[in-house]
Design a protein around this ligand. Structure first.
Ligand code: C5P
Length: 298
């Protein structure tokens, strides 16, 4: 094989229940991931040495810190080969937007290099390698809708009926995930409340199982949202604008600052996207649906 291309989706968290901070600095989660139809594409081509090029925002690092580069290196070490590959990333997922764009690129690089190097690793091994790179990488491999436990990397697929229709509002500039978790800890400490043990809502699971968009809209919940709002107060009015314009639910996606709005149908999502684009809240407004499959060769 001389070149491989992998398409990989963004995620939104339908429920992000964050427990207390652990000794290793991570938080135990119950994390309901949902893959949506906003995609990055990663191409892997044989080369003399590892390199990364990016088409899209200039803020993506192209050195060894790039998560796709780390994934290729980790896979090469696992296989005992040299990472002689040129990775090209075509970005459409917002950078530092709370939609796991970097993790998606890592997942895509694993799948692309596995095919390029003819390794044929099984899904379990790719999931384990992915978890070493980041908490959200295994879900980008799996796609669909899934509950993640532990750091979010221990996944169980969730049964979903039909499709859900979404509008995403991208902010100007990202938020750092560690900074948002740290702010969550700070707010909790300041309130004097002990963090709850993370759990998953029965209403959310029932809405997914029956394809009930209104029920899903009511059940959306993100424990990181107060922290994201504390760091970026303007998100509060952005979320309110979506509700006023008829969204079934409005939520910060993961650690933010992307805002996710649930619509009742594709046409409702189109109307909502057009209305939100006319407000001054977002740098860009996008329409998508979910669930969609995880990282796949194209
Ligand atoms: O796993 P990943 O490198 O993507 O996580 C980025 C950061 O997010 C971590 O360094 C940590 O600050 C925070 N995090 C956390 N608990 C999790 C997942 C991530 O505190 N379960």
């Amino acid at each position: 094989m001389t070149v491989t291309t992998v398409r990989v989706p963004a995620k939104v968290n339908l429920e992000l229940s964050v427990g207390p901070v652990r000794d290793d600095g991570y938080h135990d989660l119950v994390n309901v991931f949902h893959a949506v139809s906003l995609f990055d594409e990663v191409t892997a081509e044989p080369a003399d040495e590892l390199s990364v090029s990016v088409e899209g925002p200039s803020s993506v690092p192209t050195g060894p810190d790039n998560l796709a580069a780390r994934a290729a290196t980790l896979l090469a070490v696992h296989l005992g080969v040299a990472p002689r590959v040129a990775l090209h990333i075509r970005k459409d997922i917002p950078v530092a937007g709370g939609m796991a764009g970097g993790s998606a690129d890592a997942a895509a690089a694993l799948v692309a290099c596995d095919a390029l190097w003819g390794a044929g690793l099984d899904r379990e091994t790719l999931l384990e390698l992915g978890a070493q790179i980041g908490s959200d990488v295994p879900f980008a491999l799996l796609g669909g809708t899934a509950v993640g436990l532990g750091r979010g990397e221990r996944l169980t697929a969730v049964e979903v009926t039909g499709e859900f229709h979404w509008v995403f509002g991208y902010a100007d500039g990202g938020l750092s995930t560690p900074a948002v978790y740290a702010e969550c800890d700070r707010l909790r400490a300041a309130s004097g409340r002990t963090p709850h043990w993370p759990n998953v809502s029965d209403d959310l699971m029932a809405a997914l199982k029956t394809g009930d968009a209104a029920g899903l809209g009511r059940a959306l919940d993100n424990d990181l949202q107060p922290a994201a709002l504390s760091l970026r107060p303007a998100l509060d009015s952005a979320l309110a604008a979506g509700r006023e314009l008829g969204a079934l639910g409005s939520i910060v996606s993961g650690s933010g600052p992307t805002c996710a709005f649930l619509a009742s149908s594709a046409s409702h999502a189109g109307e909502l996207a057009a209305s939100l684009a006319r407000t001054a809240h977002f740098a860009e407004v996008r329409q998508a649906c979910g669930p969609v499959p995880g990282a796949s060769l194209v």
